[in-house]
Write a protein of this length. Structure first.
Length: 218
């Protein structure tokens, strides 16, 4: 029986379209081009950071972010706010909490993303990120930490994310119930991979309350 749900952040809860569009503007690249390169990285099994090297070879990403912060200290820049939540997030979280499930948000995110998420007052029990936990997905220690936050055994936890490699398969290996949400570049592509058969695939978080009834880990 599922007693807790742990959620990834990017493209699970947060629509990253505005983030990548702002990055394209910052780099002087057409938005469609940058978004297309990101999609190519997803298709080729590369990381999103590889997209920066493709469109701006030799770019020092940390230095660019620091310069951007100096230029626009009060802007969102590469961050997000409540306007970037997918429309199904709050209704789904509300329904899951009403069903008595413990809800945790835990993803690979920089420090300031934690404050942004907490400012949204989402109906969840815990919000943590890799910066605070000191470990990133797909490391087993990340999922062990997520299970500790959930407060129940791994086999009673569903982990929801948009990637097979970083999210749902490592979660399954940790004993959790894997749920892949089919949205964002990685989500649509990874849902077509053979290994996605190990996960439950949904197109909306609103499908979770019914899906999770009676589910057990493989």
């Amino acid at each position: 029986m599922v007693r807790a749900v742990v959620f990834d952040v990017g493209e699970t809860l947060i629509d990253e379209t505005r983030i990548w569009t702002r990055w394209a503007e910052r780099l002087g690249v057409p938005a469609l081009t940058f978004l297309g390169v990101l999609g190519g990285c997803a298709a080729l099994g590369l990381q999103h950071t590889d997209a920066f090297a493709m469109v701006r070879p030799g770019l020092d990403l940390d230095a660019e972010e620091a310069a951007w912060a100096a230029d626009d200290p009060d802007g969102l820049r590469s961050g997000f706010d409540a306007d970037d939540l997918y429309p199904d997030v709050v209704p789904a979280l509300t329904a899951l909490r009403a069903a008595g499930l413990r809800l945790v948000i835990a993803g690979n995110q920089p420090p300031r993303a934690l404050a942004a998420l907490r400012a949204m007052n989402l109906p969840v029990d815990e919000i943590r990120n890799s910066a605070e936990l000191g470990v990133e997905k797909p490391a087993p220690a990340f999922f062990a930490a997520a299970a500790e936050l959930a407060g129940v055994p791994p086999q009673e936890i569903a982990y929801v994310g948009d990637r097979t490699d970083n999210d749902v398969l490592p979660a399954a290996d940790a004993g959790m119930i894997p749920v892949l949400i089919r949205r964002g570049p990685w989500g649509y592509l990874h849902a077509r991979r053979p290994e996605a058969a190990r996960a439950h695939v949904v197109d909306s978080l609103l499908e979770l309350p019914q899906l999770l009834k009676g589910l057990t880990a493989a």
